[in-house]
Design a protein. Sequence first.
Lengths: 528, 528
Amino acid sequence: MQKIIEIYDTTLRDGSQAEDISFSVDDKLRITEKLDELGIHYIEGGWPGSNPKDAEYFKKVKKLPLKNSVITAFGSTHRPKIKVENDSNVKSLIASEAKIFTIFGKTWDFHVTEALKVSLEENLELIFNTITYLKKYAEKVFFDAEHFFDGYKDNSEYALKCLKTAEEAKADCIILCDTNGGTLPAEVAKIVKDVRQSINVPLGIHAHNDSDCAVANSIVAIINGAVQVQGTINGFGERCGNANLCSVIPNLQLKLGYRCIDDYKLKKLTEVSRFVYEIANLIPFKRQPFVGESAFAHKGGVHVSAVRKRPETYEHIRPELVGNRQRILVSDLAGKSNILKKAEEFNIPLEPNSLEVQAIVDAIKTLENEGYQFEGAEASLELLFRKTLGLKRKFFDLIGFRVIDEKRKGDEPTLSEATIMVKVGKNIEHTASTGNGPVNALDNALRKALERFYPELKRVRLKDYKVRVVNSGKGTASKVRVLIESGDDEDVWSTVGVSENIIEASWQAIVDGIEYKLCKEKIKKGEI
Amino acid sequence: MQKIIEIYDTTLRDGSQAEDISFSVDDKLRITEKLDELGIHYIEGGWPGSNPKDAEYFKKVKKLPLKNSVITAFGSTHRPKIKVENDSNVKSLIASEAKIFTIFGKTWDFHVTEALKVSLEENLELIFNTITYLKKYAEKVFFDAEHFFDGYKDNSEYALKCLKTAEEAKADCIILCDTNGGTLPAEVAKIVKDVRQSINVPLGIHAHNDSDCAVANSIVAIINGAVQVQGTINGFGERCGNANLCSVIPNLQLKLGYRCIDDYKLKKLTEVSRFVYEIANLIPFKRQPFVGESAFAHKGGVHVSAVRKRPETYEHIRPELVGNRQRILVSDLAGKSNILKKAEEFNIPLEPNSLEVQAIVDAIKTLENEGYQFEGAEASLELLFRKTLGLKRKFFDLIGFRVIDEKRKGDEPTLSEATIMVKVGKNIEHTASTGNGPVNALDNALRKALERFYPELKRVRLKDYKVRVVNSGKGTASKVRVLIESGDDEDVWSTVGVSENIIEASWQAIVDGIEYKLCKEKIKKGEI
């Protein structure tokens, strides 16, 4: 019998307090659906008393057909000197009609007197009254014991008294919060064990990552008797963030034998992580454990050759269990074994000890020195392989292009237009196009010029466009690296360009994207 | 008496095995100097046997006048079927002339037979011979027990036998490595304690972050008797990275009372972290504990008002101890108390309950919805405050600009040129400039046009330029957000622009950058 651990997600509330994150109501609803698919037990939707956006969310979320998750609403104990039934925050909680309310209250004496500015006795009343009152309107009330660990270290008697009060008020779960994130694992273990001896209500853990120990702290709390973990997808949250559920869940489930979500749902973890990054409009953190793009990426030569023989030599779990995958990286560190593995992937015949392998290694080194990076641009890499091996065809010649961006007054928009002349065989095509910006105009013009000769390009679209300053800070003439993702109905591919001129860098990546597509078509037809 | 813990940095070796990281020899030397300033005990410079770049590093590093750090060279036990003195890897170590060698060897039986493909007995000989031989050429030899934790769990007898062999060979420190990063803190604690009982040589810990527990694992190993921590700045490293020294050091020193580096050097930690990001050409991870830009950034309204009264309410340490600082963020979550704090910083008088405060909150909300972000663009924010309060002057009117990027053949570079016409008072200036790209050309042309009227602009330079696709994936017409850092001899300031057209977005940020400078000059002269 596996012990069940409840997962409580607060991405939509604590997560949205992170710098750079601002979810719209629609964003929050989309994330809710995704968390429900993942099988998360509780989704803290927001703090209806704090802003109108969250109140609107609670109205709309009721219409979502959720299968697994229960929505909870967050709020605080009622304000001093106001009756609980008249407190606007408490009223908004009830108005949210959530089935579960999570109430945070002070348990650190210093906070009670310094931040809340009430007596220690009064604070106990606030806790008792709020929980007792809200129990009438909800299936369950959870109590978040704010700053519990700091409070316990300062004045354990009072901190415990707060929990006892919540227990008497019939809270359904008491969550020990390391609000400032400063507590280390050994202390968490000891304190949870202590609390377990005097409190009978189920305990939860809510850890912040200020000491870089939020995941470890969550795990040791569970090992020592807590049964609920609060955290966020990707560890989003105020300051250094919350315990990262993308790490907590697989650790508990795959390594310690607890049961959090169904195994087949765990395979969605990587997808959910990236979805939430996408909605939050943040670049995924590559080195993120379990779900990061680099989490199972091998670069060092020794590692690559071993992991090719037996993955478990350098992989702590099978990446598929969390929906991730193994990647072999190409780089100047790695040497020939990576090149051979890549050639295999690309279906390009290559002799292990041939001069060609060395030629490819050299070409990559030279380009990497100039700022190119092929780890995120596999289509450009494949073209480089083909070019070095004399397998690349030329599909067109550029005679010239011109891009014009014009603004005719301070308050008018900037308009972009590109003209282009290309030669395909003996035909010359001269055309023009506008766009949302210079790169878009250029991309439109080039595809327009080539479509007459290569109709398969009609279905190709520019899907994503990224720019990175390569040698930022190293002088005014910074190089930029452009990464472009192109796609059609069947496939998606990425290409790269580097130059001091962003238009030149974009041009290189656009051309690679088109040549890659044309090359694949030729291969499909058996013409290469 | 504080117990001393030795810090062993492997940013230059294990760190460089991270995806996206490729250090030049010069980069490595600059990082070495910085780590020396920080007072790191050992700097693992590289693996001289693995690539010529590292061999060159060891030649050059000898000329650096280091004050605190000792350079170590990394390598493996000698190859089977070759005498230790004939092994090329061992020879390169000796040729490096480093004072300390760190040798990794297998201790997991599975790896011995599957990856190394030798008998268990032979592996012990490799360990013994390599250490004994190298001791003659170095002040110290450290033994990295690769995959020790996995090995110990699988076959503790053999794993310990490997350590015993290293001890007999007179290794000066034996480092227990969690190479795959899969071990959790409770196991690390137990295993280190076990090993401590049978090994007398000082122990070290080398943890990887695949379970998101590398920092916690390092700390529990120290608590249980290890005296050396290996890790990297910012946690760079293969896959999910190594234990992050920027978290390990302050945890050990500020919270557990160990002594790692001098307290006054600890104040350089944030600077060193950002320097290494800069050299590695990576965007710093904002939520990084202790040293990240968001590590002491407060956004939620409740937190902001409390932290203004007493910082320790939501800060686990004083940020200055690690050279970081408190930041109050402006965002739609935060409300009026942040706006008032900001106005104070900007030295703009603002009444707490005035209509103006609400007008600023509304303006920020509207712009944030459109994709603007002011957290990294304080100069634009200050201009927005001034504009909303009617305190902003107009310094010029744009009559129009045109930017042309031209490429005249497939193999020629793209050239960029901008023409611009502006009106200052009654004067019209019409001029043109080239640039390394369209934005650079436009920036040059605008400053050229205005310098006649505002000579103070001659000293202003564009220092950094960042582009972010704001709603990537949400359709083809992505918005971009441009962040520009401008500066002169005295000051640096950041501005933002958002548009579907990158030229328009850049224009907005450039104009803000110039207006900010002109505004500050007026204030300085008492004219505003």
